[in-house]
Ligand binder design. Structure first.
Ligand SMILES: *Cc1c(COP(=O)(O)O)cnc(C)c1O
Length: 715
């Protein structure tokens, strides 16, 4: 008889598949083993278990009465991994033996794996989780950043400082990816200056394998060993070297693993070189000409664009391209200029540099933006790629982003839903009917639950504030004040995202006196929690951050406006579950979609947002609040001024009165009604199951079948 698995065996297995991270019950088991250690190890079960030898763990599990729950979790995980009756089994069968290969420069799966910088990465992580839940045949390819992104702290002037720590492979749920004959997969990519080598790691995200390439190997020169150290670090040269590893190296790694993708999905342009490698393989294996191979590669490839600002797209000059793609183009049989023209809007324009987004459009027959409005903007922005077409006929569609419900929904709210929604609502989140019964939730209960989550956020925020202040050596009197920062009875507004200037984190402070008055109104005060990182090279972004920090240190804002450092998925979860209202005020139309506002919906938090990105197609007049009317102005300053005024007006005339209008039980009935309306009208649409289902039916299945579509003449 096989030896029975111990508690330690089971927990180790669970901890090595990130499936646990979207199962509140399993997360809770890890926490209960040792709550303080769980916090100290950054919610990393591998590290937690390292501190618990099998016998000690056994004892601890008995003490905490965890055995039954561990067995139950383990069995559920096995059932999950073995399930055959998934949505994907019926809807994505064609991908069965030839999966979709999903390429992305960043993946935000969990805070313990910090290889993401913001929304793009978190979206990619959510995509994998939903693909796993739905049983979609999909493999993912990215880079392993040995130092991740960066940790943020502010100095005494509120200026962002970055620190980097080495991620330790042995302390992550990661293992070498093995080829069919059991060997670790190494790949290399040739440049004019020599080869760059990379090894391949594997991370399990439920049923989805995530392969990460890592150039920190002895075969490389020193410079290249650090190539994949940091996400979005370094200069253009670093960038293109990372991108040939991701794209060309990624396709080679899949081949070495014995995986033949049926669909190539490029999440943003960083991975577009993948197409050039698929073409090379087709030419070699099937003796196709470049043009034939390109046509066939395009037929099976899809591209999702995320950036509505021209400056946000990777561009490389001719020398960088020749140095790094030279050997590849030799094999493709292309002249330098023909390769360059694949990355140019005007193929013959010698002045034009090489744009990864343009390459992606030319190598993928299917292309989409990430919201309806972003679709319009993208068709206009790239119209010159198809000069013979009218704007409406530009072949860029849209699939609006969504968020992974189990990752972002508070367990306490989920329990409420379990009572009123259909039995299996959890696996049917994309269906509108499923959400209708939220109307039956008891208003009092919903409000109490929300208050609990809000109190938890405030406690958490105070602790973080004290920790932050300690590092800056502030006097004890100030520390004491921080332990009473934020008031659980006060309308609490959250704002957290990357501090890119177009997101205008400081918009609300354009009129400091006015906002000060609103915040200190004794009858109906408001308070703010801010968080977010600036890219290390983004000085304007850092100035905005500094401005907010400085305000937070002075009257009348002290204790009512707080900035929490080092925004990550964990902090995001606390915020989207605990605030009353979520503020989003980008400069329209620069927010392609935005997803943090989607995370708050099912938690009963109301959005207050500019009509940009997803909100432009979500707001219906009674499921949240809109800032402005969706107009833009050519003059940026005028647009900012108008939006700031609208924002203040919406707060003063709509948000604040609704929140403070209470019945005899102190319940804000009208506000609660709006919470329910938001859940009912938005929950089913803006979730990642619906998004992945859309990708499967609109993109993956047609591409895998080699079905042509209206984009035939893209290439
Ligand atoms: C969801 C999320 C984002 C994206 O936020 P936007 O509002 O879409 O910009 C960024 N960072 C983290 C950590 C997130 O969880």
């Amino acid at each position: 008889m096989a030896k029975q698995k111990t508690v330690h065996d089971k927990l180790r297995e669970l901890g090595k598949n990130l499936w646990w991270s979207w199962q509140p019950e399993v997360t809770q088991i890890f926490r209960e083993i040792d709550p303080n250690l769980w916090t100290d190890v950054g919610h990393n079960p591998v590290l937690l278990l390292e501190q618990y030898p099998p016998d000690v763990l056994e004892k601890r599990a008995s003490e905490a009465v965890l055995h039954t729950r561990i067995n139950w979790a383990y069995r559920r995980w096995q059932e999950y991994m073995e399930a055959t009756d998934t949505w994907g089994a019926t809807h994505a069968g064609v991908l069965g033996h030839r999966p979709t290969a999903y390429f992305s420069a960043e993946f935000g799966v969990h805070e313990s794996l910090p290889i993401y910088s913001g929304g793009l990465g978190v979206l990619a992580g959510d995509h994998l989780k939903s693909a796993s839940d739905l049983g979609i045949p999909l493999v993912a390819v990215g880079l392993f950043y040995g130092q991740g992104y960066f940790q943020q702290y502010l100095d005494e002037n509120g200026w962002q400082q970055e620190t980097y720590t080495d991620l330790k492979i042995s302390k992550l749920p990661i293992e070498p990816a093995l080829s069919r004959d059991g060997k670790p997969v190494m790949i290399s990519v040739d440049t004019r200056g020599g080869k760059i080598h990379a090894r391949t790691w594997r991370i399990n995200v439920g049923r989805i394998p995530l392969y990460l390439l890592d150039t920190d190997v002895p075969e490389n020169r020193d410079e290249d060993r650090h190539l994949t150290s940091r996400l979005y670090g370094g200069d253009q040269r670093t960038r293109i070297r990372q991108e040939i590893i991701l794209g060309i190296g990624g396709v080679r790694a899949l081949a070495a693993l014995g995986i033949i993708p049926g669909v190539i999905h490029m999440n943003e342009g960083h991975s577009a070189f993948a197409g050039l490698e698929v073409i090379r393989q087709r030419m070699k294996e099937d003796e196709l000409s470049f043009d034939e191979a390109l046509r066939e590669t395009a037929a099976m490839s899809a591209f999702t664009t995320h950036t509505p600002v021209p400056a946000g797209h990777d561009r490389f000059n001719a020398e960088l391209i020749e140095e790094h793609l030279g050997p590849q183009r030799d094999e493709l049989g292309l002249r330098h200029d023909s390769l360059m023209s694949l990355g140019r809007v005007e193929p013959q324009n010698q002045q034009e540099s090489f744009c990864m987004t343009v390459l992606a459009f030319k190598l993928c027959r299917r292309a989409n933006a990430v919201s309806g409005l972003h679709g319009v903007v993208s068709r206009r922005m790239w119209a010159n790629l198809w000069p013979w077409r009218s704007e409406e006929e530009i072949p860029i569609g849209h699939i609006t982003n969504g968020i992974h419900v189990p990752t972002w929904l508070a367990a306490q709210i989920r329990t409420l839903y379990d009572r009123v929604l259909p039995l299996n609502w959890y696996v049917r989140t994309g269906e509108p009917e499923v959400w209708a019964p939220v109307e039956h939730l008891s208003p009092g209960e919903l409000w109490e639950t929300h208050q609990t989550l809000k109190s938890r956020l405030i406690t958490y925020a105070r602790n973080r504030l004290i920790k932050q202040a300690r590092r800056r050596d502030v006097p004890e009197t100030v520390l004491a004040q921080l332990s009473t920062a934020l008031d659980p009875r006060v309308l609490t507004i959250g704002f957290a995202r990357r501090f890119a200037p177009y997101k205008r984190a400081d918009l609300i402070f354009r009129d400091v006196d006015l906002i000060g008055k609103l915040m200190t109104n004794p009858d109906r005060p408001i308070q703010f929690v801010f968080a977010g990182k600036s890219h290390p090279a983004d000085e304007p972004g850092k100035s905005i951050l500094q401005k907010i920090y400085k305000l937070s240190q002075q009257e009348p804002f002290r204790g009512k406006l707080v900035f929490l450092e080092d925004y990550d998925i964990n902090l995001a979860r606390h915020l989207v579950q605990g605030v009353d209202d979520w503020l989003n005020n980008p400069r329209r139309p620069l927010e392609a979609s935005g997803t943090s506002g989607q995370k708050v919906v099912l938690n009963g938090v109301l959005n207050c947002s500019i009509l940009d990105g997803w909100w432009a197609e979500a707001y219906d007049g009674s499921n949240g609040f809109a800032i402005g009317t969706g107009h833009t102005h050519v003059n940026q300053d005028i647009q900012d001024e108008r939006d700031a005024k609208s924002l203040a007006a919406v707060l003063e005339n709509e948000v604040i009165p609704l929140f403070y209008e209470r019945d005899q039980d102190d319940l804000p009935q009208a506000w609660i009604k709006r919470m329910k309306r938001a859940v009912r009208t938005l929950g089913w649409r803006f979730n990642a199951d619906r998004m992945v289902m859309d990708y499967v039916s609109k993109t993956y299945v047609p591409a895998a079948g080699g079905l042509s579509c209206s984009m035939d003449d893209v290439v």
